[in-house]
Design a protein around this ligand. Structure first.
Ligand SMILES: Nc1ncnc2c1ncn2[C@@H]1O[C@H](COP(=O)(O)OP(=O)(O)OP(=O)(O)O)[C@@H](O)[C@H]1O
Length: 552
């Protein structure tokens, strides 16, 4: 298939003059019927990779997507471009779509994973006769139990591999996180696969080799996607996750009306400048309170959350996307697939449940490449929601993944060093400098202060209390308290008792959070512990290093 045909499709339907990085390569591979794994930043243009091939080869492209609302939006946008698109899922009320689809009447057919796994086999055999250009799985990280958004239905998609022979399978995601560089490989078979896919595949397309640590780092979620979708010798495309036009900042939030009033005032300034803003809240109650405050300030805002009826949500969405409303106050129900180019601010009122969610939600910002800002406001209580997030989780693996993701979000919040560097490195990408110059920590000048002694005292005290307490206990011990709780367990006899009385309790607490941000300590279920399985190893490390903290 010539490059000319691809370009003419790009121009005719999308009105773009050229492909963005990687798009052309991925599209070519799909047309050659090669399986692909595409890991690229939010807003980088992954959708085009599965939208162009069906139009070039003139056969239906199947796209599995996790949300009906997302599919609806995409169908609407594609139809406006003159592309024959539809979706199949429980919400589809047009019963002719099924039969039109199986006879190949659509260029692109979106399906929920449930639908893809439950349509009768005759659907697939008919459609295969008509021709299928690709089977794409969007938001493919949902397939992995190590991912932040595991959906069990995604796990069954592999069944289709045996049905859709000779159809290229494509997994696409922005967040296939590497969480452990020392990923323990499960046996020789796994090693064989990884070696095959990651080491000797000369077709690996690395966006910028120098930015990646090394290709011997194993990406657990990527590996899961390849394994679960049974991708055969896939063409792996890994782009940078860096959104260079986004400013990242974090502030501690003082919950209450006066804080909200201040927030509303700040956002109103942006509204007068013509920019759009999304405010993500962690609860519906917060959405309603902030929405009300905008109304009281005379600013028309939209509201979007899961308890609104479908019609009201759609209306809110429509007005915002068409620039008839400048502000949207929403839960994360308003998230995936919002492709409005001119969003200048994404504000989080409360810390999201994972760093992956934060990256995706903040990624709605500045999709036109123009400088935009992402502020995250958090309270310490945001980090005590692990049990809530683990509510319906069945496997230990998932529980662990959720806890780790929340912990990463917490570290991001309390960080005093470059936020971009932290984000990128969390996603397995090396950031060559110490400062990006475009986050609050890089812009606000802070003096560094050596706190090795204090850090050592606190770590030693956490260690001496044997990690079985909240942070208050070791702090009270350091401050020389003789409360009944301390006397009962004889912590007043510890050699460290009273050695930290020069600092107030809140000061020690803040230091505790700094230790978290630098991975020297972690807390789970409010029990504090030295970091890592080998606590004493880290403990020694803390003694050996100079622990500095940046102070504003
Ligand atoms: N070649 C191109 N030239 C210009 N604009 C493009 C090109 N490809 C994609 N875009 C635009 O970039 C924006 C983001 O694209 P898209 O929605 O595909 O991103 P994505 O990678 O799927 O993001 P997310 O993971 O956040 O959903 C869209 O507005 C799209 O129209």
């Amino acid at each position: 298939m010539s490059m000319e045909t691809m370009r003419s499709v790009l121009k005719k339907y999308f009105r773009f003059s050229d492909f963005r990085p990687y798009q052309r390569e991925v599209i070519e591979k799909i047309i050659e019927k090669r399986d692909c794994l595409v890991v690229m930043a939010t807003g980088s243009g992954k959708s085009l990779c599965y939208q162009v091939p069906p139009l070039v080869v003139k056969k239906t492209g199947i796209v599995v997507s996790p949300l009906i609302s997302l599919m609806r939006d995409q169908v609407m946008a594609l139809k406006q471009r003159g592309i024959k698109a539809e979706y199949l899922g429980s919400a589809q009320k047009d019963f002719t779509v099924h039969s039109k689809a199986e006879h190949g009447q659509f260029d692109i057919l979106f399906m929920t994973p449930e639908k893809a796994c439950t349509v009768p086999s005759s659907f697939w055999s008919n459609l295969l006769k008509a021709g299928i250009s690709l089977f794409a799985v969007d938001e493919a990280h949902c397939i992995s139990e190590w991912g932040h958004d595991f959906r069990v239905e995604y796990k069954h998609l592999d069944k289709l591999r045996e049905v859709l022979l000779d159809v290229p399978f494509v997994g696409l995601t922005a967040t296939a996180t590497e969480k452990y560089s020392s990923f323990a490989l499960a046996g020789r078979a796994a090693l064989g696969l990884v070696v095959r896919y990651f080491l000797f595949d000369l077709n690996l397309y690395w966006y910028n080799n120098s930015r990646r640590t090394s290709y011997t780092v194993y990406f657990r979620v990527q590996y899961d996607i390849i394994g679960s979708l049974k991708l055969n010798y896939p063409f792996v495309t890994i782009g940078s996750v860096d959104r260079t036009n986004l400013f990242y900042g974090v502030k501690l939030l003082n919950r209450g009306q006066s804080f909200i009033d201040e927030l509303v005032r700040e956002i109103s300034k942006e509204v007068t400048n013509g920019g759009s803003t999304i405010i993500y809240c962690t609860t519906i109650k917060d959405v309603e309170q902030i929405f009300k405050s905008f109304a009281e300030a005379g600013i028309e805002a939209g509201m979007y959350h899961g308890q609104m009826n479908g019609k009201a949500r759609e209306e809110s969405h429509r007005l915002f996307v068409r620039d008839e409303l400048q502000v949207m106050v929403a839960t994360i129900a308003f998230g995936m697939g919002i492709d409005k180019p001119n969003i200048r601010q994404v504000i989080h009122y409360g810390c999201p449940k994972s760093l992956e969610s934060y990256y995706q939600e903040s990624g709605r910002c500045g999709r036109d490449g123009i400088a935009s800002v992402c502020w995250l406001y958090y309270t310490r209580s945001d980090f005590a929601k692990a049990d809530f997030y683990c509510g319906e989780v069945k496997s230990e693996k998932q529980r662990k993944a959720i806890m780790e993701s929340l912990l990463a979000a917490e570290r991001y919040c309390v960080l005093t060093t470059c936020r971009r560097k932290f984000l990128l490195e969390y996603f397995g990408e090396k950031f060559p400098a110490d400062r990006c110059g475009n986050c609050d920590n890089c812009k606000i000048s802070r003096k560094e202060r050596d706190m090795s002694r204090e850090a050592f005292l606190l770590m030693a005290c956490i260690h001496s209390c044997r990690g079985g307490w909240g942070l208050n206990m070791p702090i009270d011990v350091l401050r020389g308290s003789r409360s009944k709780k301390i006397l009962d367990v004889q912590f007043d006899k510890l050699p460290l008792h009273g050695l930290g009385k020069n600092y107030p309790a809140n000061w020690w607490k803040a230091l505790g959070y700094q230790l978290i941000s630098q991975a020297y300590a972690y807390h789970s279920h409010d029990l504090w512990s030295n970091s890592s399985a080998n606590a004493s190893g880290k403990f020694e490390l803390c003694r050996a290093i100079a622990f500095t903290v940046a102070m504003s």
